[in-house]
Design a protein around this ligand. Sequence first.
Ligand SMILES: *[C@@H]1O[C@H](CO)[C@@H](O)[C@H](O)[C@H]1NC(C)=O
Ligand SMILES: *[C@@H]1O[C@H](CO)[C@@H](O)[C@H](O)[C@H]1NC(C)=O
Ligand SMILES: *[C@@H]1O[C@H](CO)[C@@H](O)[C@H](O)[C@H]1NC(C)=O
Ligand SMILES: *[C@@H]1O[C@H](CO)[C@@H](O)[C@H](O)[C@H]1NC(C)=O
Ligand SMILES: *[C@@H]1O[C@H](CO)[C@@H](O)[C@H](O)[C@H]1NC(C)=O
Ligand SMILES: *[C@@H]1O[C@H](CO)[C@@H](O)[C@H](O)[C@H]1NC(C)=O
Ligand SMILES: *[C@@H]1O[C@H](CO)[C@@H](O)[C@H](O)[C@H]1NC(C)=O
Ligand SMILES: *[C@@H]1O[C@H](CO)[C@@H](O)[C@H](O)[C@H]1NC(C)=O
Ligand SMILES: *[C@@H]1O[C@H](CO)[C@@H](O)[C@H](O)[C@H]1NC(C)=O
Ligand SMILES: *[C@@H]1O[C@H](CO)[C@@H](O)[C@H](O)[C@H]1NC(C)=O
Ligand SMILES: *[C@@H]1O[C@H](CO)[C@@H](O)[C@H](O)[C@H]1NC(C)=O
Ligand SMILES: *[C@@H]1O[C@H](CO)[C@@H](O)[C@H](O)[C@H]1NC(C)=O
Length: 813
Amino acid sequence: MAITQLVLSGLLAATVVNGQSFDGTSRSESAFSYVQPKNTTILGAYGHSPAVLPSPNATGSGGWDEAFSKAQQFVAKLTIEEKADMVTGQPGPCVGNIVAIPRLGFPGLCLQDGPLAIRVADYASVFAAGVTVASTWDRDLLYKRGYAMGQEFKAKGAHIALSPVAGPLGRSAYAGRNWEGFAADPYLTGVAMERTIRGHQDAGVQATAKHFIGNEQETQRNPTYDSNGTITDVIQEAVSANIDDRTMHELYLWPFANAVRARASSLMCSYQRLNGSYACENSKALNGLLKEELGFQGYVMSDWGGTHSGVASIEGGLDMNMPGGLGPYGTIPEAGSFFGKNVTYAVNNGTVDESRVDDMIVRIMTPYYWLGQDKDYPDVDPSSADLNTFSPRSTWLREFNLTGERSRDVRGNHAKLIRKLAAEATVLLKNKNSALPLKAPKSIAVFGNDAGENTMGPVNQATFEYGTLGSGGGSGTGRFTYLVSPLDAVKTRAKKDNSLVQYWLNNTNIATSTVSGFWPSTPDVCLVFLKTWAEEGADREHLSIDYEGNDVVESVAKSCNNTIVVTHSSGINVLPFASNPNVTAILAAHYPGQESGNSIVDVLYGDVNPAGHLPYTIAKNSSDYNAPPTTDVSTKGADDWQSWFDEKLEIDYRYFDAQNISVQYEFGFGLSYTTFNISDIQAEAVVHSVSSIPEERPIQPGGNPALWETLYDVTVTVTNSGDVRGATVPQLYVTFPDSAPEGTPLKQLRGFEKVSLAPGESRDVSFELMRRDLSYWDIVSQKWLIPEGEFTLRVGFSSRDLKEVTKITPVSA
Ligand SMILES: *[C@@H]1O[C@H](CO)[C@@H](O)[C@H](O)[C@H]1NC(C)=O
Ligand SMILES: *[C@@H]1O[C@H](CO)[C@@H](O)[C@H](O)[C@H]1NC(C)=O
Ligand SMILES: *[C@@H]1O[C@H](CO)[C@@H](O)[C@H](O)[C@H]1NC(C)=O
Ligand SMILES: *[C@@H]1O[C@H](CO)[C@@H](O)[C@H](O)[C@H]1NC(C)=O
Ligand SMILES: *[C@@H]1O[C@H](CO)[C@@H](O)[C@H](O)[C@H]1NC(C)=O
Ligand SMILES: *[C@@H]1O[C@H](CO)[C@@H](O)[C@H](O)[C@H]1NC(C)=O
Ligand SMILES: *[C@@H]1O[C@H](CO)[C@@H](O)[C@H](O)[C@H]1NC(C)=O
Ligand SMILES: *[C@@H]1O[C@H](CO)[C@@H](O)[C@H](O)[C@H]1NC(C)=O
Ligand SMILES: *[C@@H]1O[C@H](CO)[C@@H](O)[C@H](O)[C@H]1NC(C)=O
Ligand SMILES: *[C@@H]1O[C@H](CO)[C@@H](O)[C@H](O)[C@H]1NC(C)=O
Ligand SMILES: *[C@@H]1O[C@H](CO)[C@@H](O)[C@H](O)[C@H]1NC(C)=O
Ligand SMILES: *[C@@H]1O[C@H](CO)[C@@H](O)[C@H](O)[C@H]1NC(C)=O
């Protein structure tokens, strides 16, 4: 049953209009605003996407030359039928499969989910989710996680990891998959992409940056099909993300540029439409932005079933059709494929130039050779085939060799890293009178349905009332081999102090009871563990904690003046109890992965000093957020689902700053058990004469290399002014001069660095400002330009706690 749910909620989730009520949460706090599409007869400048043709050939630039020649030699040996196989998925043991060509010693390609674990596998680790590790703001940990995950994919025989995620970026607080990605900010997400991709690929596995692009909501991400029969008709097309050119560059494309620069092997195009044209056949996005402007040398694969045409997609820049078949979500291979034999026909009838198909395969095979996957790569673990509900054995049309060792344990010592990751990622939001760390409390009361063991089986694929949440749902989840619950870890730790541990886990019951009746004498501390579910295929309906979490906190706090709240949530929760004087501490622990309880106990007891910082803003009220998903389309027109990114650059803190809205906890915020100072800001020009226009250099992966050139070094001194060791994250925000075009955000993150300091210790921290960091995208010249005049640089501990300021004038009038 859990497995069936997995398929349903993950890859096949129906795109119903936020119909199901899945959590029993009280809706009192719900402020989900329903957005009507605009009148589609007055679409204005949008409504079509310009054609950018032909699709550029790869050149192997950026250090891939040798692999590129090997790929060309490989392609030269292929028949046209083999070429069709190379670009078309087939049912098989992995979530995505390219079949073997035994006569050439090519073993095929195995593609596996996902961004926090190799999902379709046994004896594999479940790591902390993207939003969790983004909260560390720690380049080193981001890399180590990427590397450890890469090792597990490789050891299981997966050539390609469908990870990491930069889309959704977090335009909307409600989007169901924000937790799979990193931060509601392109700069932080860009760094996280780069570090994760380098980690994956240094371990030998290909990284797939996804979902390209504008995938900012789940609702109607796919068309509504009339599903009677095998040939299916579209009743309504998928939602169209209508994004202007500047917003595209400065927000949504930005982290993908980092991904391309990090040599991501693959990019996955997204389900929804862009300016009216499906992302997987959008030549402006794939040929124009990605392959020309960013110089991407790898291949574009479709999201599962995101291909909606053959020839048009091939010309539009799509290189690999996944999972290959026709029908909704590409699941019906017997019905044929937009690719497959159609590629052969299209070449033979002269519609598609064979050189384009060759380029597709060269793009697919270059990373394979570059990463040495042609040499001694592990075979696919046969257990994947048994666990694969997406293409079970009964659906296979070809032969697969599954002779490798079954059920390999690939976890190594990753548990240690996972424990550390989630501890370091924990964001301490409130800590009144140093309630934390705990000081050998004699009596502990544990509350909440997130504290204990899951009672609904091992696979996290739907929300469940009882049990801690380690991950969200859908293709981005993992299969837990174990999950340490908070209650278990608290009990284990409390033994050291011989503390009494009492617990009460039924939220409904807690919320409606007088809690003081529970104990003979008030506990020293009341720990409340709460959770919020999110999953692929559905957007969130509200931003509150699930299962009446707010009422649980109020009920406990009425009787306990040392109430400490821990949330295991997908992301943004509004926290109406933040000002309750009896709530002494609040920790946002997000989705921590398998070591959950150990990670949080390390923080509660001070073995790890929390250093997490919010990768988004927590507003005072759900209704303060802008840009909700488009959900309420009551009309039936095929084209009626339109989402207008009218807020342009103003998402998350950019919006709250522009509107001067006071918030509960701002972007970048996070406390520590110690305190820090920042002093002595200095900005030093690295380049003497700076032009507004970048020098035109030959495009490399990541775009014009001039954009990545460091122009300024900014330095501050950070001091630990408290009495315990701790780490903090000084953040650099840039304010552009008035000459920048209208709509430029008041400030934008353009640097950060995590620094760990002993009590009393000071250290210089520097940030490199690159040309891109000081530029806006000029829609007229189609270039990144540095505006004339004075920039203001501020460094502080969050987007609203800025301590030091200095000014620079890179380009004068
Ligand atoms: C849409 O706009 C057109 C042109 O302004 C107008 O004629 C039409 O009535 C509008 N349709 C709706 C449903 O408002
Ligand atoms: C979408 O339309 C806007 C407005 O015309 C245009 O600036 C932008 O380049 C288009 N983007 C794509 C991907 O078609
Ligand atoms: C790609 O290379 C082939 C030669 O292999 C050439 O015929 C074709 O015109 C090139 N395509 C583009 C878009 O440059
Ligand atoms: C499977 O392995 C056998 C023996 O190594 C080989 O002869 C055969 O071609 C392989 N088949 C495929 C589909 O890889
Ligand atoms: C499929 O269902 C639609 C209604 O959604 C109906 O109009 C159509 O006739 C059906 N087609 C077949 C082949 O049954
Ligand atoms: C070719 O594509 C069409 C859809 O355009 C599909 O109906 C047909 O089955 C495909 N043919 C093959 C052989 O896959
Ligand atoms: C060539 O084949 C492709 C793929 O089957 C098809 O879409 C296209 O219409 C065909 N063109 C001609 C001219 O027959
Ligand atoms: C939880 O508490 C509610 C309200 O008291 C009760 O109806 C429900 O049966 C309890 N659930 C369990 C699993 O004990
Ligand atoms: C705080 O807790 C104390 C018991 O320790 C209680 O008397 C008081 O009413 C509580 N205050 C609030 C605001 O709930
Ligand atoms: C909490 O209440 C207890 C008495 O129940 C009192 O001793 C203690 O000082 C109070 N703590 C705070 C932080 O107010
Ligand atoms: C949140 O905003 C809504 C709508 O503006 C308002 O009705 C509600 O009272 C606010 N809630 C809080 C807790 O301020
Ligand atoms: C922003 O709001 C604060 C009060 O919340 C006010 O003091 C300040 O003047 C406002 N700034 C602007 C630019 O409106």
